[in-house]
Design a protein around this ligand. Structure first.
Ligand code: HEC
Length: 205
């Protein structure tokens, strides 16, 4: 055997051994450099306290992703802190609790916490352009391109809607009404109040 052949056999052997590491489903195969496969950042849903875990090739079909991931600064080395007992996460405003069928109540008791300043109107107008105008039209009087197909979109100046209160608009945005879908999942409470101020401008334009 000449040298060339020996190299060729050695090369084919190396290739064969590399491809020999099977990887299937969620088993990534052998890990030669585990810290290239696993996040260095704390993984919130993991809590592996063993510092040696995954340091050397130990991925088997039964131990996928076992790699040290614990936050030593938290109690019990938890990665994800538990919320303070008896608390509800919120931003500046309390969660909205008035149920869908209480539109009359909402119209009467809710007050818009935001004044009708130039900034609030500008932001309300921007959001209205993204979330409402395709159904309600840019001026809120004639249906927009989607509203033309999606029948039943009213004008904000119709006799029934001309004098809607801010609370009424906020409630409809939060809970939906008839064929008007709720926008609570895509607009924060503050954004809904900003839009309500802009709808007020359209009611009175
Ligand atoms: C998919 C189309 C659609 C979108 C998007 C939409 N609306 Fe409506 N909206 C409607 C329809 C249809 C009605 C009539 C509801 C009914 O009474 O059946 C309506 C009714 C309303 C009413 C009157 C509710 C009442 O008491 O009669 C207000 C106020 C309103 N929409 C505001 C908005 C605002 C503000 C946005 C943007 C955040 C918006 N809508 C987005 C379709 C839409």
């Amino acid at each position: 055997m000449n040298l060339n052949k020996i190299y060729r056999v050695a090369f084919l052997g190396a290739v064969a051994s590399l491809f020999g590491c099977t990887a299937k489903d969620d088993f990534p195969g052998l890990e030669y450099a585990p810290n290239m496969y696993h996040s260095v950042a704390y993984e919130p849903l993991k809590q592996i306290k063993d510092k040696e875990a995954g340091m050397w090739v130990n991925s088997s079909e039964y131990e996928v992703g076992e790699y040290y991931s614990s936050n030593p600064n938290n109690p019990h080395e938890m990665n994800m802190r538990e919320p303070v007992p008896n608390t509800v996460r919120r931003g500046k405003y309390l969660p909205y609790r008035i149920p869908k069928d209480s539109l009359e109540l909402a119209s009467r008791i809710l007050k818009n916490p935001l004044d009708s300043t130039a900034e609030v109107i500008a932001e309300g107008k921007r959001l209205y352009g993204i979330f409402c105008s395709h159904c309600h039209g840019t001026n809120g009087l004639e249906p927009g391109p989607v509203g033309e197909k999606y029948a039943g979109v009213p004008s904000y100046q119709s006799p029934a809607l001309k004098n809607m209160t801010q609370g009424h608009i906020f409630h409809v945005l939060s809970r939906g009404k008839g064929r008007m879908p709720s926008h609570a999942s895509q607009l924060s409470i503050e954004e809904r109040w900003e839009i309500a101020r802009y709808v007020q401008v359209l009611q009175n334009q």
